[in-house]
Design a protein around this ligand. Structure first.
Ligand code: E4P
Length: 215
């Protein structure tokens, strides 16, 4: 499984990328709004940092407008993936963008049927939102568990991005279930990295080394 970073904060992206384990970036209009910066400028900066797929989301809701927006965004950098909402017009846009060789990430996916339709439209990625389903007392991970064997059974090339990740256990379970990617907020990435026994263990090793280092 690969890890993408789910943020539009350039400092977080730099820090995550420096770890050498980030394979891509996902953004959405809310994440961009949080930064309060020009969308195109942010996307250009991200593309200069991370050498991997960078999802940039369209904000129009008709297929022709989404395609036009997608074509414009895709021209920013070869790594740009066009994020398209899982609506009827979105499916049409995915079909057209795929025909033009532009990669897509179908977002706001909350059921395996939606994922199936996205795959049939030719989506490069599909993003089931685990945390938002959990938020309304549904089992978000079950959607991943449903999609993985369906895509495998029919040989769909569409990759599954476990999205709306809230905590490290979401990542662990998504990996167990066979999601291709988890897109992870910076805070969760740091939580994955940390273990109190690692910290106390290292402190003890270093303290013990101090006792003998000059002998
Ligand atoms: C990523 O592609 C999604 O936009 C993101 O994971 C949504 O996360 P949220 O539910 O925490 O907003």
């Amino acid at each position: 499984m690969r890890i993408f970073i789910d943020t539009a904060n350039v400092e977080e992206i730099k820090a995550a990328n420096d770890l050498g384990i980030i394979a891509g970036v996902t953004t959405n209009p809310s994440l961009i709004a949080r930064e309060g910066r020009n969308f195109r400028e942010v996307v250009e900066e991200i593309a200069a940092i991370v050498d991997g797929p960078i999802s940039a989301e369209v904000v129009s809701t008709t297929a022709p407008e989404m395609v036009a927006e997608g074509v414009e965004l895709a021209a920013i950098h070869p790594n740009i993936v066009i994020k398209i909402p899982m609506i009827a017009e979105g499916l049409k846009a995915v079909k057209e963008l795929s025909a033009r060789g532009i990669k897509t990430n179908v977002t706001l996916v909350f059921s395996a049927n939606q994922a199936l339709l996205a795959a049939l439209a030719g989506a490069t990625y599909v993003s089931p939102f685990v945390g938002r389903l959990d938020d309304i007392s549904h089992d978000g991970l079950q959607v991943i568990a449903d999609i993985v064997p369906i895509f495998a059974q029919y040989g769909f090339k569409t990759q599954i991005i476990a999205a709306s990740i809230r905590h490290p256990l979401h990542v662990l379970e998504a990996a167990r279930l066979g999601a291709d990617i988890a897109t992870v907020p910076f805070k969760v990435l740091m939580q994955m990295l940390k273990h109190p026994l690692t910290d106390t263990g290292l402190a003890r090793f270093l303290a013990d080394w101090e006792k003998v280092k000059n002998k």
